[in-house]
Design a protein around this ligand. Structure first.
Ligand SMILES: *Cc1c(COP(=O)(O)O)cnc(C)c1O
Length: 467
């Protein structure tokens, strides 16, 4: 399998190069040159298979030429054996033909584990083969750093440094990061804001000497391998509720558009999906886009669903590439227009085609709390704020009742205990494997809000890894 850039002006790469490159050299994102095809019989044959076995079938064509099926299988089995539910991604029924897909049974109890746990192992596999090391540097406002740390801990070819704003994350968020004491992991609490952290990470990547000396790398949501690993649970859940003999509606609480784009990929590969419903919070740039065909950037307001507090959805470019007929030049022009003006008008034909598959619905914090409360009262299912938005949007979009609705639940309620308590009146307990989180020893280093100090820190740590 070969991969091309959405801007059409970067080298065509194989899977392992795409994995390590992240962004393409022309500023675009990598997408597969062709979509692997699964016939109705291929999909039917997935019935009764374990999550790991479905994962191997779905992903083997994407890594072809770089990795054998057996090599992939070893990594996949090792990844999902560590998840805490035997089904890995279990379905819970909410109503007639309505289901919640629980994507929070990994180490950090949010859906990013499903991809990142595998991506950490893929990085290590490819780097070890090449005799290389990388230093992963990232910034987090609290909710995503832990998934990256858990994915990279104890991997021989990776060092990871995650910056978070000192005293500005919740205790659960901080503990999930700082109680990982592995030798290749460092947490830095910066005396500043999340934006300060992010600016410093950008500055380190833009310092090309520094970046090359320490082989800086990232595992952010534009990495193709993350999208690839997310395709698996669309197949697994669809098969469980009757695919390929019925077509499905999926709803997805959306931020950077990585998760729902994986659903689009599944459809390109032959999974019968009739509708993809995008759920937004008050930061509703995507919902407004699907209403009008115009992408207009706006300020970001903080909400109860912080992982969806985004201004621009980075993976949306991959969708644009498809609907503009894989015309990289046209994508580049639209993206430049968007960057320059904060506004992008989708050509009418492309927008019309998108609307045949996609729709969006928005929920502010009060509406989100109301959905959490009523879902718990009616079904017993306790939803976190992100998942509640997915469920609400899905129910609204679930017009064809003969088509099963699967709403993706992206975080465990215990990850957002304050919001859950506000909605339902009781505080959700941490799952068993995290019950002692608050008793575990922590390690982090506090640094001033100063680029030089952070640069020296990363350099000293990365050198240690190379000693
Ligand atoms: C990251 C995240 C999202 C958004 O996913 P995207 O792939 O960025 O659209 C939604 N919910 C939770 C809990 C997340 O962590």
């Amino acid at each position: 399998m070969k991969y091309v850039s959405t801007r059409g002006n970067a080298p065509v790469l194989s899977f392992d190069d795409v994995l390590l490159a992240g962004l393409a050299r022309d500023g675009g994102l990598y997408v597969p040159q062709t979509w692997p095809q699964f016939s109705a019989d291929d999909i039917r044959a997935m019935r009764g298979l374990s999550y790991a076995e479905i994962a191997i079938r779905v992903m083997t064509p994407f890594v072809e030429g770089c990795m054998t099926r057996d090599e992939l299988a070893t990594l996949v089995h090792d990844t999902y054996a560590r998840f805490t539910h035997p089904a890995v991604a279990p379905l819970k029924q909410l109503d007639a033909n309505q289901w919640v897909l629980e994507l929070f049974h990994g180490p950090t109890i949010a859906f990013k584990d499903y991809a990142l746990q595998l991506v950490g192992r893929l990085f290590d596999h490819v780097l070890t083969k090449r005799g290389q090391r990388v230093t992963i540097v990232g910034a987090t406002s609290g909710d995503t750093g832990s998934a990256a740390i858990e994915a990279c801990r104890d991997r021989g070819s990776i060092d990871i440094v995650i910056l978070h704003p000192h005293n500005r994350t919740s205790a659960v968020q901080r503990k999930q990061m700082t109680t990982v004491l592995s030798d290749n992991v460092r947490n830095v609490a910066v005396e500043g804001t999340f934006d300060d952290c992010q600016d410093m990470v950008k500055a380190l990547f833009n310092d090309h000497d520094f970046r090359d000396t320490y082989n800086l790398s990232a595992v952010n949501s534009i990495n193709w391998a993350r999208v690839m690993a997310q395709i698996v649970y669309y197949f697994a859940s669809a098969v469980a509720v009757g695919a390929p003999d019925v077509s499905m509606t999926f709803s997805v609480p959306t931020g950077n558009f990585g998760n729902v784009f994986a659903g689009f990929c599944a459809r390109q590969m032959g999974l019968p999906i009739e509708k993809l419903v995008v759920g937004s919070n008050s930061n509703d740039i995507l919902t407004r886009f699907f209403e009008k065909g115009v992408m207009e950037a706006d300020g970001v307001v903080p909400t109860l669903s912080p992982s969806m507090d985004i201004q621009v959805s980075s993976n949306f470019e991959r969708l644009v590439f498809h609907y503009l007929g894989n015309d990289g030049k046209a994508v580049g022009q639209l993206m430049e227009e968007f960057r320059a003006t904060g506004r992008m008008d989708m050509p009418q034909g492309a927008y019309g085609a998108m609307r045949e598959l996609f729709e969006g619905h928005r929920y502010d914090d009060d509406q989100t709390l109301a959905v959490m409360k009523s879902t718990q009262a009616k079904t017993g299912e306790v939803l976190d704020p992100h998942s509640a938005i997915g469920v609400a949007a899905g129910v609204k979009g679930h017009v064809n009742k003969a088509s099963p609705l699967v709403a993706l639940a992206t975080a465990h309620p215990a990850k957002f205990p304050d919001a859950v308590e506000k909605a339902t009146g009781s505080r959700p307990p941490l799952p068993a494997h995290m019950a002692d989180l608050f008793d575990r020893p922590e390690r982090f280093d506090v640094l001033p809000n100063d680029l030089g100090a952070v640069r020296d820190y990363v350099a000293a740590f990365a050198k240690r890894g190379r000693a």
